[in-house]
Each structure stands twice: as C-alpha cells, then as structure tokens.
Write a protein of this length. Structure first.
Length: 297
C-alpha cells in the first residue's frame, strides 16, 4: 500500500520506478484523513428498502430490461419469510369484500339526498351479501327487499323467538309459523331520522304493540333514534321487546297471505304519530298505551 510504503522509508521516486518496472501495481486506495492519516470508511451507495409501485420497473439505463422488485426477489428464495409490506399486500389482494359482490344497479335513487343514498346503499350491501345473510340466519332475522326502486322498503322476519316466552307459546297454540313479519320504511331524511316500523303479521296486542300495528319503541322516534344504529341492530332490538315483553297473539288474520285486514301503513302511521307526540312531551310509554287504547278506531 502506498501509505504503508512511505511509512517504511520508501520514497515516492522508488515507488514510481517499481511501478514502471512492473514490480508492483497501484490499487484503488482508501481515502485517509490528510492530518491524521487514518483510513476513512469507503462510501458506498445504499438504496433504502422502499416498496416499488409496480412488480417490475423499467431499467434506468433505457435498454428495456426490467429489474426485480423486493417482492419478486423474495418470491424466488425458497422458504423465505415474506416482508411485512408484502404480507399486507397479499392479504389485501386476497381478501374480497362481500359488499362488492352485491349488484344494486337496479336501484333508482335519482333525487334522493346524498346521505340517504350512501347509507341505504351500504345497508343493502351488508344485508344482501353472503356474510350478511349468514349473520341474519344466526341472529334470528331476515331482510327481504320490497322496493327495488329506491331501497327504502323492507320486509323483516323475526325468527328464533324465545321458546319460553308467551309469544312463542301463542304462535304454537294458533298453529302459526314461529316468526313475526314487520315492515321497515326508510324516510328520505334517513339516517338522520328513524325508519318507520310496523307489524304486518300476525295480529298482536300488548307489549306496546298498538291496535293498527304501530310499535311504541323509543328508538323508532326522533327523540330516541341514534343515526349510527344499523337496520340489523334495530331488528334485534325489536325482537328483544317481543321476546321478553308482554306481546301476545290477538288474531291469525289471513294465514295464506300472512296479512291482517286492518294492519295498514296508514293506520300504523296514525299510531306512530301519537306515540311520537307522547315521547316528545315526555309521557311514559305506559301512559301512551292507555291513551291509545281509549281512542275509537
């Protein structure tokens, strides 16, 4: 080495002559501090291990050849553990969102508020997806879309009722299917305003179910509604008050069509208007029921 040779007493002319005569060869020398003579670390270019945007990128030399990415290098090494970045990419690419599998192109939502459109589309995708249907089966409810024009009207079947409850016993006594049919209608102000809900079949009484199918339940009122409540959560909550309340079967109506003659949307909305007014005024539900029971239908 040049520096070591000079330290051992050789002159620069001696080194030059030896090089010319072929006795030694000068190699690329490391840089040294000019004052102390200490060897400096050789600078090397180290590229940061960043994720490349594509699986292959064009060679900067412009010869058209491609250079491997981190992912392609890792995949070529047997038994190699994938990096955390690659693991996230794999999980994201393999995981299919069930919401994307539901075709809602039939819905006509022109003129509807943007909040209504976003929320109802989200609710419909969840309810009609394979995962949503499986969850409904497990939780004891089923949603069927009745209005494909704007996704605002649903038939809800409440199943798997409390076998020890009075309602389940009444259904069995009248030889009826062990389920309750409801109708949910979403207003244009949804989700800032609650859905309208009514009993469709069979005819019920007690437990704050009123003469024309209206349901006295605070989450169904503007005062008690929480915009973050989903439609499945609402169905489960209503199922709870039917399961463990004093709801009884009052009539079987038409078994073939599963309808009750005087259970109409108009009649249930009249029930609901009285219920909502009572809640706004702070009247307890028991008092509301008494007031409604005295109304002549």
């Amino acid at each position: 080495m040049l520096f070591e040779a000079l330290q051992l007493g050789a002159t620069r002319s001696d080194i030059t002559n030896d090089v010319k005569s072929g006795h030694c060869t000068l190699l690329d020398q490391p840089q040294r501090d000019p004052e102390t003579g200490e060897r400096l670390a050789k600078q090397q270019r180290i590229d940061p291990p960043v994720e490349l945007p594509q699986s292959e990128q064009q060679n900067p030399s412009g010869d058209g050849a491609s250079v491997p990415t981190i992912a392609s290098v890792e995949s070529s090494v047997p038994n190699s553990e994938p990096s955390s970045v690659q693991g996230c990419q794999t999980e994201k690419s393999e995981k299919k969102s069930p919401l994307q599998e539901v075709d809602l192109s039939f819905a006509k939502l022109d003129g509807k508020p943007i909040k209504f459109v976003k929320r109802t589309m989200g609710e419909a995708r969840r309810l009609l997806s394979p995962e949503g249907l499986a969850e409904a089966e497990k939780s004891g409810y089923k949603f069927c879309l009745k209005d494909k024009e704007n996704l605002s009207k649903w038939l809800v079947q409440l199943k798997d009722l409390n076998p020890d409850g009075k309602l389940a016993a009444d259904l069995q006594k009248h030889n009826l299917d062990a389920q309750i049919d409801l109708e949910l209608i979403l207003p244009d102000a949804f989700p800032m305003e609650p859905p309208f809900a009514r009993v469709v079949y069979p005819q019920l009484r007690g437990g704050y179910v009123f003469e024309r199918g209206g349901i006295c339940f605070e989450p169904l009122t503007v005062k008690g509604w929480v915009p973050s409540m989903t439609l499945p959560a609402l169905a489960i909550a209503i199922k709870g008050i039917f399961d463990y309340g004093e709801v009884r079967v009052a009539g079987v109506g038409d078994k073939a069509t599963r309808t009750v003659k005087h259970y109409t949307e108009e009649g249930a909305r009249k029930d609901h208007s009285v219920i909502s007014a009572a809640h706004r005024g702070g009247v307890r539900p028991s008092v509301t029921f008494f007031l409604l029971s005295t109304i002549s239908y």
